[in-house]
Design a protein around this ligand. Structure first.
Ligand code: ADP
Ligand code: GLC
Length: 483
């Protein structure tokens, strides 16, 4: 049994902006099931404090002159212990975890997440909570990047693992911030936290963690290439022997069409005939023409360039001349929100766009749609294609990152092998997206063939079982590396 301090800036159902929350809300649960002693460390945002019932203050301290408490609670619906870093000046404010209501990054993000990291380091070194010291500290994304760097300065320290969920977000700040944070000088160099004279939080993880993982095997390879590495390819190549890819799983407690309480009609792969009831219910809810036979294409996404918004906007006008319906739910960059909403107002019978964040609607879209649109230009893992597969909603995806690892194209050969479960673009442009969607629409007209693809999709095992074991093996390797 390992003692694991799992550090994340979001975790479902307490606080979520994207897939990191899904992972941090489910991997620790899977680790616990594998008898690992895991504690989840999370900032105490107002949404989190609102949801917790029982809580106990375990420790009090100060960082950068701000009072900080460590509060113990539970991850709702599980037995996982959560430790909240309660620093009101840093975290107790309206808005999102990283941005204000207008989507602008908080200007003190470096300080906010440095405080989060200091608390993690003190727990890791047994300074804050005397009764528990981890064997492994598992960090996720740039917000926890300083932890491996700061721990590296201590001779007796736990092993560190750093998981890359998205290399595009690096936590870059100017050099003055490094000085203001009073970070140790020993960390300021090209092989350390410095990135072209800037402070890079993510380099703290990439340069100093004992083991590094990416959230899919394919992304672990892609990030060695300039196209996907955002200037960090050299460092990652240097760390190659410690870098591996472990595919995310999905939380069947929340994402299972057989038990999903958000659905109008539950179903499983043996009762797929009930799935269209979710389609007509959604058409009614969103005031689209009610027609169980028209192909419905869904999308739930952050509206950012990564998710292929440029090619989607390019392809929509052609698609909207065909007998299809689109339902899009998302929030993100305001120009994408506006362009999509405008397109929807021009084609109210064919395209419905909801701007906002809506967990329940996300589930209903997954269940109601026939196809799921995910033409990302890069995708470290992607969870929505996994949810779609689980819901018998065939994904249309670009051949990148975790999408390439999980979606098997409905080519003649793959259909014959019985492995096909979706449609993979032959390229990353709008022409390729159009071609793949047209292939899907043609296949949709062959109900037996379509049903077979849905069966294949729904039979895939994307639970955390296997991936949690891979993490446990890696923890053991990391512990060995530091002992
Ligand atoms: P990323 O983390 O890059 O945004 P993922 O596919 O890994 O992409 O995970 C996205 C998660 O966020 C999924 O659980 C998805 O359902 C959810 N999500 C994204 N946008 C919304 C939204 N507007 N409303 C509800 N859920 C959303
Ligand atoms: C990031 C990635 C996404 C991945 C998620 C969880 O947000 O963009 O591909 O699924 O993290 O690992």
């Amino acid at each position: 049994m390992n003692k694991i301090l799992y550090i994340s800036s979001e975790a479902f159902p307490l606080i979520k902006t994207g897939g990191l929350a899904d992972v941090a809300g489910s991997l620790p649960v899977a680790l616990l099931k594998h008898s690992q002693d895991v504690r989840l460390l999370l900032p105490a945002y107002p949404e989190v404090l609102k949801q917790i019932k029982k809580n106990k203050v375990l420790a009090k301290t100060r960082y950068h002159n701000q009072p900080v408490k460590i509060i113990e609670t539970r991850l709702p619906g599980s037995r996982v212990t959560v430790w909240l870093v309660d620093c009101p000046a840093a975290f107790n404010r309206p808005g999102g975890p990283y941005t204000d209501h207008h989507g602008r990054e908080w200007d003190d993000n470096a300080l906010r997440f440095a405080i989060f990291c200091y608390a993690a380091v003190d727990i890791a070194l047994n300074k804050l909570l005397p009764n528990w010291q981890p064997d492994v500290v598992h960090c996720n994304d740039w917000q926890s990047g300083l932890v491996p760097a700061l721990l590296s300065l201590h001779a007796k320290r736990p092993a560190t693992v750093f998981t890359i969920h998205n290399l595009a977000y690096q936590g870059l700040f100017n050099k003055q911030t490094f000085l203001d944070l009073k970070l140790p000088d020993a960390l300021w160099h090209l092989d350390g936290l410095e990135f072209y004279d800037q402070l890079s939080f993510i380099k703290g993880g990439l340069a100093y963690a004992d083991k590094i993982t990416a959230v899919s095997p394919n992304y672990a390879k892609e990030i060695l290439q300039p196209e996907y590495s955002y200037g960090l390819g050299g460092l990652l190549k240097y760390r190659k022997k410690d870098l591996s890819g472990i595919l995310n799983g999905i939380d069947e407690k929340y994402w299972n069409p057989g038990t999903d309480h958000y659905l109008q009609q539950k179903y499983n792969r043996h009762s797929l005939n009930k799935k269209p009831l979710n389609k007509t219910a959604l058409q009614q809810e969103l005031a689209l023409p009610i027609d169980p036979t028209i192909p419905l294409i869904g999308m739930v996404s952050r509206l950012v360039e990564q998710k292929g918004l440029e090619i989607i906007l390019d392809y929509l006008p052609t698609m909207l001349t065909l007998p299809v319906q689109f339902v899009i739910l998302g929030t993100g960059e305001s120009h994408y929100e506006l362009l999509l909403s405008n397109e929807a107002s021009r084609h109210p019978d064919k395209l419905h766009v909801t701007i906002g964040y809506d967990e329940a609607l996300a589930h209903r879209i997954e269940a109601a749609s026939d196809m799921y649109l995910m033409p990302s230009i890069f995708e470290p893992c992607g969870l929505n294609q996994l949810y779609s597969l689980r819901y018998g909603t065939l994904p249309i995806v670009t051949p990148v990152g975790g999408l390439a690892d999980t979606v098997i194209d409905a080519s003649e050969k793959n259909i014959a092998y019985g492995t096909a479960n979706g449609f993979v673009l032959k390229g990353k442009d709008s022409a390729a997206l159009l071609a793949a969607t047209k292939r899907a629409l043609t296949m949709y007209q062959q109900p037996e063939q379509w049903r077979q693809l849905q069966h294949n999709a729904m039979s895939g095992d994307f639970s955390w079982q296997t991936s949690a074991k891979h993490y446990i093996d890696l923890y053991q390797q990391a512990v060995k590396a530091v002992s």
